[in-house]
Structure formats: C-alpha cells, structure tokens
Ligand binder design. Structure first.
Ligand code: NCD
Length: 348
C-alpha cells in the first residue's frame, strides 16, 4: 500500500507489513533525528501545524521531524487567536491553510473535527489527536519503540502479554495502540482500568476478531502479572471534568509494583505527560534510572518515526538513503543524565 497523499486519521491504515516498512525507514532516519546526519529530502516543503488543544510532544516532535527532513514549518496554537473565533468554519480554515502548505498536522478536542477538516482539502492531514478518539502517530512511535525494546531483550513482537493501564475509555493513545497491537499474532491484552474507564467494546471486539485474548481487570496488582509491557496512561480529567472517578493509589505504577508482579525484563511505557501532582496516581518517578522504564526512549523514537511517516506521505521515502550526509555540530552521547545506565550497556 502506498501512503503517498493519504490523510492519516486513524491507525487502522497500518497493517503489519506497513508498520515494518516504517520501522526500517525510522531506523535509517535515527542518526538524523539524533543530529548526527543531515538530509534535505523535504527542502522547500512546508508543514502547517494547527493545535487547538494543549500539546508538548506531538507538536514539537512533528515540527522537529519536518525541519530535520529539510522542510519548513508554520504553526498556530489554540483557537482564540485564529479566525475560527470570528465564526469561520473548519472547512473554510482547512481550504485556506492548505493553500499555504504541503501537509497539515492537526489536534482538536472534538472527535469529528479532523475528519471535517480533512474532507475539505486534498493536502494530507495528519491527526495529532482528536478528542477521546485516536492518536495514530503516537501509536506508530509506541510500536516502533516497543519493537526496539523487545528486539534488545530477545523477544519477538508476537505472543506477548500486554497490560494497558489507566483511563482506557478516554485515552486516545491506547485506542490507536489497540489497533496496531492486534496486527501482530497471539497477543494477550489485559485492559487494567476502573470499570467506568474501561476500553471501548468495539476495540476489544476488534482485537478478539483478530484472534487475540483480551482480559479486563480493575486491579493493577493482578492485571500486571507477568506482563511483557506495561503501558500506563494519565487520567484524562479534561474529558470528564464534572464527574468524580474512582481512581485509587492502586493505579500508581511504581518500582515496587513492577518488580513484584511483572516479568523481570518488563518494558514500562507511557505516552506522557505523566501527572506528577499529589494524588494523581500516575506513573511514579522512582523508575527513572531503571532500564525497564522506556518513556524517554519512547519520546526520542517519535522523531524518526514521524520523519518516516512524513517522508512516506510526501513520496520521498526512497530518496532518503542516498541523501544522508554527516552533521558536524556538537551532540552529547546521551540526552538525559538518567539515560546513562541504559546507554552504557547498549548500542542504540
Ligand atoms: C497524549 C495525548 O495528548 O493524547 N499525549 C501525547 O500526545 N503524547 C496523552 C495524554 O494527554 O495523556
């Protein structure tokens, strides 16, 4: 399947073959993402990023990915400063912005907005998160990071036990991730959430229809048992501000819990941001210097994977290998001080 010119609104679009092709391209692009090589395959191209909702990682990493491919970026955040606040429709905004750029990345708090936006343009639109719907580029980078973590610890992607934890009802990253995990074989997917925040039934049915076992648990202590991957998420309080939710400290994922119940070589991921406020019961910081915690390798994987996607959608993927040349500016060996124990032992 060719991705050239396609809107990327859902992770449905990617089958296993396409995922593996993107992993390979993202591997080739990793030295560019790390600032060790240069490519200019998108020289002259312009990306518009329109973020109508809070973002750190998605906006900055999409922009960085496009810039590292040699393209340029124009961006706006929030609807207050756009003509939408003067009553302009999304369809008109879409047609106008599309005349200024070659690709759009958009995030919006409403599920339908990105579909409406994409219907009004022939320029490829990438969904950067639509309400409690989907977040396909996050799921792509999650799968790429996971593929690397499992390869490093001699595990295949197939046959794994995956625990998805937290607000599975409103968390768009886990919705897109379910669709990609179920492209593999023989998975056990444990959905660990309070009953009112469970995984939507249609996604459970999709995974089951592809031959996987889906279990549900409202207790991390048992739900995380023997997990190969713990993918934990933030309570999406902005999606249900008026309703209190039972979210006890049993959902706080910390070193003691992971060491007690998961496999010894478990991988711990989170799409971030993790909520560090007292009582939030999110992923704890006591795993920060533990090699099982992959969250920053996961965020780092976002740049090469988004580069691979943009290059594929804009039809320049084949030109990448021949375009690479060395970069000469200073770069540290590893990015964060806590990364040292991991990068000391692994060529990554
Ligand atoms: C997530 C999102 O916006 O859906 N963040 C991200 O893009 N990495 C997760 C979240 O907000 O909890």
């Amino acid at each position: 399947m060719s991705l050239i010119g396609k809107h990327i609104l859902s992770s449905d679009l990617f089958d296993r073959e396409e995922l593996e092709r993107l992993f390979e391209l993202a591997d080739t692009l990793t030295p560019v993402a790390r600032g060790r090589q240069i490519t200019r395959v998108l020289e002259g191209a312009v990306m518009a990023s329109l973020f109508f909702e809070a973002s750190t990682r998605t906006r900055l990493s999409c922009e960085s990915a496009f810039l590292r491919l040699g393209g340029g970026v124009t961006s706006t955040t929030g609807s207050g400063i756009m003509s939408i606040s003067k009553g302009e429709s999304l369809a008109d905004t879409s047609r106008v912005v599309s005349g200024y750029c070659d690709l759009v990345v958009m995030r919006h708090p409403e599920v339908d907005a990105v579909h409406e936006f994409a219907a009004a343009t022939n320029v490829p639109v990438i969904n950067g998160g639509n309400g409690a719907g989907e977040h396909p580029t996050q799921a792509l980078l999650d799968m790429f990071a996971l593929h690397r973590e499992f390869a490093r610890t001699d595990r295949t992607m197939d046959g794994r036990r995956i625990a998805l934890v937290g607000d599975l009802r409103h968390g768009r990253t886990v919705h897109s991730l379910m669709k990609l995990i179920s492209r593999y074989e023989d998975m056990t997917i444990v959905c660990v959430a309070p009953e009112s925040l469970g995984m939507p039934e249609e996604l459970v049915e999709l995974a089951e229809s592809r031959g996987h076992r889906v279990e549900r648990s409202d207790r991390p202590e048992t739900g995380l048992k023997d997990a190969d991957l713990v993918y934990t998420t933030r309570l999406q309080t902005e999606r249900f501000a008026d309703r209190p939710v039972p979210y006890s400290d049993a959902f706080r994922i910390d070193k003691a819990l992971v060491s007690r119940v998961c496999r010894e070589d478990a991988v711990v991921m989170h799409p971030l941001p993790r909520d560090g406020r007292p009582g939030s019961n999110d992923l704890a910081t006591d795993l920060n210097d533990d090699p099982r915690l992959a969250i920053f390798r996961q965020t780092d994987a976002g740049i090469p994977m988004r580069m691979a996607l943009f290059a594929s959608v804009l039809g320049v993927a084949d030109a990448i290998p021949g375009s690479l040349r060395p970069a000469t500016w200073y770069r540290p060996d590893y990015t964060g001080p806590d990364d040292a124990p991991f990068y000391k032992n692994v060529a990554f």
